[in-house]
Design a protein around this ligand. Structure first.
Ligand code: MLT
Length: 269
């Protein structure tokens, strides 16, 4: 991985290929490896940048304080600074998955001139509700005692389509490895950030660039109907439902996700 020494954090990232830049933003509590198949597929035509968000994977915590959490805006600001640091000046295609999608909304809200297309994958735009907020805060308060293995146990049943465990055990194992590699501080900080996540729905009508919503047909975290209504609220967006996939669509059905992305990138030229 490459490294960029930013003003308050060191961000590790994969940089592959050449051409129009595509920034892939991973979900919680994962890292860039969730995009392995997309990095491979897109790098023949694009400059692909897949960072580890602050505190995840090989990126450092920097000056963040786990007790206060890391806001979605803060992660987005890191991405903007990363693009400056590695000399990306032209508008990017921004691809966010789940928590990476929440970060992408923040990036979009603050960097109107910096992107020319947006892909949101298995994510939400509406504000976090009270019940979800409490669950997030409970995890952040107890994670040091629980350990990340318990987080993997909690999340795994919600992450995959019914058949993925049998048909793609290597995907389930890879996701578990990523979750278990996340530090308790990283998990606590991100959960606190997500507990305070702002509503992005008022932003949707303002996103005039080409946009694509992608969602696993069996995603119970960001169900297809919710993804469809996000697309409907955006002036220039389509929705592609990914068969044989739950929340982890980019890994569970990588070919379908890659096809959707490649077609979108070709049309969004
Ligand atoms: C993710 O995959 O990033 C998480 O499911 C996001 C969340 O907890 O809302």
């Amino acid at each position: 991985m490459k490294r960029a020494d930013l003003s308050t954090v060191e961000i590790a990232y994969v940089g592959r290929g050449a051409g129009r830049p595509v920034l892939l933003v991973h979900g919680f509590p994962l890292h860039h490896e969730m995009w392995a198949a997309q990095i491979e597929a897109l790098a023949s035509k694009s400059r692909v940048i897949a960072p580890d968000l602050r505190s995840f994977g090989q990126s450092t915590f920097g000056d963040a304080d786990p007790q206060h959490g890391i806001s979605m805006e803060r992660y987005a600001d890191d991405l903007s600074e990363l693009l400056d640091a590695i000399g990306v000046r032209e508008p990017i295609t921004l691809v966010g998955f789940s928590m990476g999608g929440y970060v992408a909304w923040q990036f979009v809200g603050k960097n109107g001139e910096r992107f020319c297309a947006v892909v949101e994958c298995d994510t939400k735009a509406a504000e976090v509700n009270d019940e979800a907020r409490e669950i997030r805060l409970l995890m952040s308060e107890n994670i040091h005692e629980w350990g990340s293995a318990r987080v993997a146990d909690t999340l795994s049943p919600k992450f995959f389509a019914k058949k993925t465990g049998e048909a793609r055990p290597e995907v389930v194992a890879a996701v578990r490895r990523m979750i278990e590699s996340a530090s308790p501080d990283a998990i606590a900080a991100a959960q606190r950030g997500m507990a305070a996540r702002a509503d992005a729905t008022s932003l949707l009508p303002q996103i005039k660039v080409p946009a694509l919503l992608i969602g696993g047909a069996e995603d119970v975290i960001s169900p297809p109907d919710e993804m469809r209504s996000i697309a409907a609220a955006m002036p220039n967006a389509g929705f592609v439902e990914i068969p044989d996939a739950g929340h982890m669509a980019p890994m569970e059905n990588r070919n379908a996700v890659n096809d959707a992305l490649l077609q979108f990138l070709a049309n969004a030229k």
